[in-house]
Design a binder for this molecule. Structure first.
Ligand SMILES: [Zn+2]
Length: 180
């Protein structure tokens, strides 16, 4: 066996182990979240198939994932200017303020626009064609999410509900728009 083949074999085994660990995380926590061994900071381990698997630090907005796991959606709110952020972020971009408060969202809104994705980015290749839409929520914020509805039944202006769902085939908890 040549060096290259050995390297490739080792890589495949490591990759397989990582994938098994991610499956375990989803089984245990409902989401691919793990603790960074050194700092104990929570990390989101992306489950989409990329050439390079990446992790995103989520320590500052960890509450969002705890709520999501309970079927609830929260945003963050700037105590100074009142801007609501979703997906949540811990800093207000206009006030340069950190440590925003959390606010539970109704999820109720109206569809502003949508598009059917037939040409998918690499890491989304394994999905059927899907619909991405922007909804204006009651709270006055615009939310970008998948729209889980037959394209025939979708109309701009229709009432929608941002709902907590399981994204298949990975089986992790996320949110999407549905007809209300
Ligand atoms: Zn602000």
């Amino acid at each position: 066996m040549g060096t290259l083949e050995i390297k490739e074999k080792q890589f495949n085994e490591i990759d397989k182990r990582v994938l098994e660990q991610i499956d375990q995380l989803i089984k245990i926590y409902g989401m691919p979240i793990m603790r960074e061994p050194k700092t104990n900071n929570p990390l989101w381990v992306d489950v989409r198939d990329l050439t390079q698997r990446y992790v995103i630090p989520i320590g500052k907005i960890y509450k969002f994932f705890e709520y999501l796991n309970q079927g609830k959606l929260i945003g963050t709110k700037c105590p100074k200017c009142g801007t609501i952020y979703f997906p949540p972020q811990d800093d207000c971009t206009s006030c340069r303020l950190s440590g925003l408060t959390t606010v539970e969202l109704s999820g109720e809104g109206e569809l502003l626009t949508y598009t059917i994705i037939t040409v998918k980015p690499l890491s989304f290749m394994h999905y059927q064609d899907y619909i991405v839409g922007i909804a204006r929520l009651k709270e006055g914020i615009n939310v970008l999410a998948w729209v889980n509805e037959d394209p025939k039944n979708i109309q701009v202006g229709m009432k929608v509900k941002l709902s907590v769902v399981k994204r298949e085939p990975e089986g992790y908890i996320t949110y999407e728009l549905r007809k209300a």
